[in-house]
Design a protein around this ligand. Structure first.
Ligand code: L5W
Ligand code: ZN
Length: 534
């Protein structure tokens, strides 16, 4: 929808302070700001002419004052203000003795959207100011029959909004607040319309809080916008580093939800239980104290950005798939996983692991399982399974890009300098680094977390270079290497690819990207020769 709410609501007159009387209209430019209710003529009165009649009760003063200024409000002289406004709230400030009223403007007993006011009476009983908005006289002469054009009920308006949101976002989850519809006069480009205001408020398929104005005449969408606001949150991660990340404001609650990347990045907590995705994380301050959640969210954003910037890939499916992470899965859980729809992190037991989302290469590893599932779909068993693991290590490690280790930021918090795996030296952590040393048993799905070392070492050699098993590889750098491996994963590998097929795929990928006689093709060829994969 192209129209702004400002232009839709042009025609509502904003009131200046009524501390002074005497109209001085300023021009109204509906395009002059992002304001929702741009006035057509702000009014400013220059003289406090009206004095409260002695002995009048406060409500009579409200009506008396409105009656006296109705000319300045573009209200017709013949209309009684009591038929045009309703007092909706009255409060007294006990500290100052002032009385504060809230009013709304009505047409034929129906409130005008955005046309509400505050009126103030000081402790001496005099009206000091009137603020807010009223609609111009022209709209008050709306013929009575406008209400007769109403063909849609509130329930039908709610259905129309739900239908519209479903078309845009897909099947909607459970409403977070019971849907309701209120009838208003809604000024659309200077034309009064009868409209229902309603709200679509769901967490699935993503957190939405869309305000709708549905025509009571035909059920069309007159205007809609998402009330949730994108913001930047701050928090400290598992390893004590402070960082910023995207969050969203819903009412007065901040959500650990980033709507600026793909179809969103949402971070949940399982609250040490096992149901998924769990509960979307919220905060009252936008300063986030759940360290595991801070890192899961910030590192999912970093992973998304890496895939987009380095490979032009829009999320796991290259179609913006929403990235969901759940932290605090189960109790003392020493693992993390991709379950086919989302990533999940345990807190660790504090000895083998600390909170596993605290390592960017682990988050990158898990999300890369999602990319693999959407591309080569390497079977998670035997050699294809070891390749599946290896590609997660290779890309996860490249996203972090500071060493050749996996899990070093969260593994054995009491032991400095160690890691779960090393791409440079797999045997350091009990993985083979050449094909002849591969594990051929059946545990761990045929050694998927063991034999990944062979392909990891090939990647390392291609990127960094070195002489291994008597074969010298001239390194091409991490960036060229990861481009070649990503391209192989997306375009060349298949469900059943084994190590030999991976060699061919990576060489073909390097040939495609850098040319047949290139240093890159030579590097990957020598790298696979070095690890004994032919
Ligand atoms: C540790 C948690 C999961 C091990 N997944 C893994 O397949 C893990 C990466 C970091 O290997
Ligand atoms: Zn894995």
């Amino acid at each position: 929808m192209k129209k702004s709410l400002a232009s839709l609501l042009a025609g509502i007159v904003a009131l200046g302070s009524f501390a002074s009387v005497g109209a001085a209209a300023e021009s109204n430019d509906p395009s002059n700001s992002g304001e929702l209710f741009t006035s057509s003529s702000p009014i400013s009165l220059t003289d406090q002419a009206w004095k409260a009649p002695a002995g009048a009760n406060p409500e009579d003063k409200v009506w008396g004052y409105l009656e006296s200024v109705k000319g300045n409000l573009s209200l017709s002289a013949k209309d009684n203000v009591r038929s045009k406004f309703q007092i909706t709230e009255q409060k007294t400030n006990v500290k100052t003795g002032s009385q504060h009223y809230r009013l709304s403007q009505y047409i034929s007993g129906i409130p005008v959207y955005g046309a509400d006011q505050t009126l103030h009476i000081d402790k001496s009983g005099n009206v000091t100011s009137l603020l807010g908005s009223v609609v111009e006289d022209v709209y008050q002469s709306i013929p009575q029959p406008l209400i007769q054009l109403k063909t849609i009920s509130g329930t039908e308006a709610i259905s129309a909004a739900t239908h519209d949101a479903t078309l845009t976002y897909g099947l909607l989850g459970e409403s977070q607040i019971a849907p309701a519809a209120q009838l208003y006069y809604f000024i659309v480009e200077g034309e009064p319309k009868l409209a229902y205001k309603t709200e679509v408020n769901v967490l699935e398929p993503e957190p939405l809080r869309i305000r709708y104005f549905i025509s009571a005449e035909d059920g069309s969408v007159l205007f809609k916008y998402n009330i949730l606001e994108d913001l930047t949150g701050t928090g400290t991660g598992v390893n004590g580093d402070t960082k910023t990340f995207e969050t969203r404001l819903s009412g007065s609650t901040y959500q650990l939800y980033d709507s600026t990347r793909g179809k969103g990045i949402a971070t949940y907590t399982a609250k040490n239980r096992t149901s998924l995705p769990g509960t979307l994380l919220t905060s009252s301050s936008n300063v986030w104290t759940d360290k595991a959640a801070v890192d899961a969210h910030a590192y999912a954003e970093k992973t998304y950005d890496y895939y987009l910037q380095h490979f032009g890939r829009n999320s796991l499916d290259n179609n913006g798939l929403q990235i969901r992470s759940t932290v605090h899965y189960y109790t003392s859980y020493n693992n993390a996983f991709w379950n086919g729809t989302q990533i999940v992190f345990g807190d660790g037991d504090g000895v083998t692991f600390k909170e596993l989302s605290g390592d960017l290469d682990v988050v990158g590893h898990e999300l890369t399982h999602g990319v693999t599932e959407n591309t080569a779909n390497l079977e998670y068993y035997g050699e294809p399974g070891a390749l599946n693991e290896s590609f997660s290590d290779i890309i996860g490690n490249s996203i972090e890009g500071d060493n050749w280790l996996i899990g070093d930021d969260v593994y054995t918090p009491g032991v400095a300098g160690d890691a779960l795996r090393s791409l440079a030296n797999p045997p350091l952590y009990n993985q083979p680094d050449k094909y002849s040393n591969r594990y051929t048993g059946t545990s761990d799905n045929g050694g998927v977390h063991t034999n990944s070392g062979i392909n990891n070492k090939a990647f390392y050699l291609a990127a960094q270079g070195g002489t291994f098993n008597g074969v010298t590889v001239t390194g091409i750098g991490r960036e060229d290497a990861v481009q070649i491996y990503y391209n192989a994963l997306v375009y060349y590998l298949t469900t059943s690819s084994n190590f030999s097929a991976a060699r061919t795929a990576v060489i073909q990928s390097a040939t495609e990207l850098f040319g047949a006689g290139s240093a890159q093709v030579a590097a990957v060829t020598q790298a696979y020769n070095a690890v004994g994969v032919h």
